[in-house]
Design a protein around this ligand. Structure first.
Ligand code: FES
Ligand code: FES
Length: 160
């Protein structure tokens, strides 16, 4: 089945069985290996991407559901070679350690900041509740997201 979709702002086409996972389309023919696979059953959030702006687990989405839709992966956050505010803050605030959870965290946080420019700590924790991290203890991640929110409100640039 041929599926046309927009990935990180660019029109792309894949030819895969309709029940193939979006995760496999991204990491395979689309060549976007930033999206990680953890549990493969919707529990860990490592594979989180945005589908029409909403966070989804790419391991649970069939490529056949993606015709004509917009997908954003971690590769789509940086702009013209510059890290997005969220990415910069994860680096500067220690929000990433091994990095396996980081792409999914970034996409869930991106969706949060798009709808809530000044989230409370509780809002951040709720938005990231589906993303598991075995390294950081979460506090640094929450601080990274809140620092990015402040940076964006201060004109530090919004991610695309
Ligand atoms: S790999 Fe998709 S939720 Fe864990
Ligand atoms: S930084 Fe290692 S799992 Fe989160």
């Amino acid at each position: 089945m041929k599926v046309s979709l927009v990935v990180n702002g660019s029109p792309r086409e894949v030819d895969l069985p309709p029940l193939s996972r979006l995760l496999d389309a991204l990491r395979g023919p689309l060549g976007l290996t930033g999206t990680k696979e953890g549990c493969a059953e919707g529990e860990c959030g490592a594979c989180t991407v945005l589908l029409d702006g909403d966070p989804v687990n790419a391991c649970l989405v069939a490529i056949g559901q993606c015709e004509g839709r917009r997908v954003t992966t971690v590769e789509g956050l940086a702009c013209a070679g510059h890290l997005s505010p969220l990415q910069r803050c994860f680096v500067e605030e220690g929000g990433a350690q091994c990095g396996i959870c980081t792409p999914g965290m970034l996409l869930s946080a991106e969706a949060l900041l798009a709808r809530s420019p000044d989230p409370s700590e509780l809002e951040v924790r709720e938005a990231l509740a589906g993303n598991l991290c075995r390294c950081t203890g979460y506090q640094r991640i929450v601080e990274s997201v809140r620092a990015a929110a402040a940076l964006r409100r201060g004109g530090g640039g919004a991610a695309p």
